[in-house]
Design a protein around this ligand. Structure first.
Ligand SMILES: [Zn+2]
Length: 315
């Protein structure tokens, strides 16, 4: 009996460890300073994979007089730890707040690493992000990450934000103002864009991506185009997309032109009674300046189908 109990105790750790591939930390990606208070880690492009360890977004930190505001700390606890490692090379200040731009887990499952290191930190997101994450999205995204990395992200659990922040609100901390823009029905229906007022800088979330096309299954074209206009009407001169390199107004304009051209052409060919597979080569040809964007081949056909559905629904 006694021997059996010991044997069970010895076995337990092996049973608890759910994957042999689980990693402790994503490999290093350096943070770069892009404005007086703001650093960004530009993640690799593409879908989550074994190769990129599931890490493919643009985590950032804004250093205020009181501490650090982290934006989108990545796709797993392993990514969040890497983000904190880069942060510690820049400042010893504690993380006071985390802002998650939307419900897609590649942006926020790294929350866990922040909450473990800084239990006092406050996590904020759009109210619909919080609702959907609790309902179903957290579990779905944990599974997507674990599957696509073959277990590297194992051990990650969802730390869902508890504080809602919505359109028109401003978070002020340590002398820095974070102004929130949340135009509806854009990339995911859960999106916030965050202006760092003192830095004239705007975090776009996935309302804009650059040099890489996102999935648009939760998006609307009309709402996404409107979000681009909202972004362009701010005072920002520096823009941080959810994926892809940081830049100026041109990154917002490039993505808006992609969406608007695709939607307009799909609507026109729909009116001419073309099926999606018939219009696809014509639209691909018209959008050939985007052919080098990552995921173009994979996404453009799906985007055409979604544009047709949206156009039909609007009639
Ligand atoms: Zn997204």
């Amino acid at each position: 009996m006694h021997k059996l109990a010991i044997a069970l105790l010895l076995l337990t750790p092996a049973l608890v460890c759910s994957s042999l591939n689980a990693g402790t930390m994503v490999r290093d990606y350096p943070a770069m300073k892009i404005s007086p208070h703001t650093w960004v880690i530009e993640g690799p492009l593409g879908y989550p994979s074994v190769e990129n360890q599931g890490f493919m977004n643009n985590p950032a930190f804004v250093i205020t007089g009181e501490g650090v505001v982290v934006i989108d700390p990545g796709s797993s606890v392993q990514a969040g730890r890497m983000v904190l490692k880069q942060l510690k090379e820049i400042t010893d200040k504690p993380v006071t707040h985390v802002l998650d731009t939307h419900v897609h887990g590649d942006h926020w499952l790294g929350n866990q690493a922040i909450s473990e290191a800084y239990p006092e930190a406050e996590f904020l997101a759009h109210p619909e992000m919080i609702r959907r994450a609790r309902d179903f999205a957290a579990d779905r995204w944990l599974q997507i990450m674990e599957d696509s990395t073959e277990g590297f992200t194992s051990g990650t659990r969802a730390v869902v934000p508890e504080t809602s922040i919505d359109d028109g609100k401003t978070l002020e901390t340590g002398g820095i103002h974070f102004r929130i823009y949340a135009p509806g029905a854009a990339h995911s229906g859960t999106d916030i864009m965050i202006e760092v007022v003192e830095d004239k800088l705007l975090f776009l979330g996935d309302n804009v991506t650059y040099k890489r096309l996102p999935r648009l299954n939760d998006a609307t074209f009309k709402g996404s185009i409107n979000a681009c206009d909202v972004a362009l009407n701010t005072d920002a001169g520096t823009f941080v997309p959810g994926h892809g390199p940081v830049g100026g107004r041109e990154i917002v304009e490039a993505y808006k032109t992609y969406l608007a051209s695709l939607y307009e052409l799909a609507s026109k060919y729909y009116e001419e009674d073309l099926a999606d597979f018939e219009m696809k080569p014509k639209i691909v040809e018209a959008l050939n300046s985007y052919a080098d964007w990552v995921n173009f081949e994979d996404e453009v056909g799906r985007h055409i189908s979604l544009a047709i559905l949206e156009y039909e629904g609007s009639m």
